[in-house]
Design a protein around this ligand. Structure first.
Ligand SMILES: Nc1ncnc2c1ncn2[C@@H]1O[C@H](COP(=O)(O)OP(=O)(O)O)[C@@H](O)[C@H]1O
Ligand SMILES: [Mg+2]
Length: 182
């Protein structure tokens, strides 16, 4: 199994959104993104950046209380129409059968599918997948009461042939460069 890996520091919520936006350029219909990270790590923030750059319709929000939210395609900034976005909260999903049973209007083949809390569940959806782990440091002098506290980082892991030729580290470096320039 082909695996490509990259890492990027995310010093601000804006950087987390920028990572999502950068991935909008490489993600295509049928792609699966699995997000892992504790509550408050930035999973929804990442998905908001991705959705905005894809130009999809509707407000990307925390999918809590909703198992899956569909965002139909909309115009990107250059006017082109990209894929839609299916945003899933696997935390509320009993198993993969349930995702099938949701009977989403748009098939997963027509959309980029982002699964929060998907590790251990969503892998069976596709052989090829992009796994993103968002890590927020705990302990030390990080005040977890403050939502922005703690410099996060992301690990990107492309699994399968789909990701073999994609330079995830170059993408991560571009995001890091943008964050430095502010
Ligand atoms: N890289 C970051 N640095 C600082 N704050 C961040 C970062 N990414 C996200 N945040 C903030 O963390 C909070 C929780 O983010 P959210 O995306 O809702 O987390 P999750 O969906 O993983 O629970 C929000 O206030 C968001 O603005
Ligand atoms: Mg969330």
């Amino acid at each position: 199994m082909v695996v490509t890996q990259a890492r990027v520091d995310l010093p601000s919520a804006e950087a987390t959104r920028a990572l999502g936006a950068a991935l909008a350029d490489v993600l295509a219909a049928g792609d699966l993104v699995i997000l892992t990270g504790d509550l408050g790590a930035g999973k929804t923030t990442f998905t908001q950046g991705l959705g905005a750059a894809l130009g999809v319709r509707g407000q990307v929000a925390s999918p809590t209380f909703i198992v899956a939210r569909e965002h139909p395609p909309g115009p990107r900034r250059d006017g082109s129409l990209g894929p839609g976005l299916v945003h899933v909260d696997a935390y509320r999903l009993g198993g993969l059968g349930e995702l099938d049973a949701l009977d989403l209007d748009a098939s997963l083949e027509e959309s980029v599918t982002v699964v929060e809390w998907g590790r251990g569940l969503a892998e069976a959806l596709a052989d090829d997948r992009l796994e993103i782990e968002l890590v927020r440091p705990r302990g030390g002098d990080v005040d977890l009461e403050h939502p922005e506290a703690g410099v996060r980082h992301a690990t990107l892991r492309g699994v399968g042939d789909r990701w073999a030729g994609v330079d995830l580290q170059a993408l991560a470096d571009a995001v890091a460069g943008g964050a430095e320039r502010g």
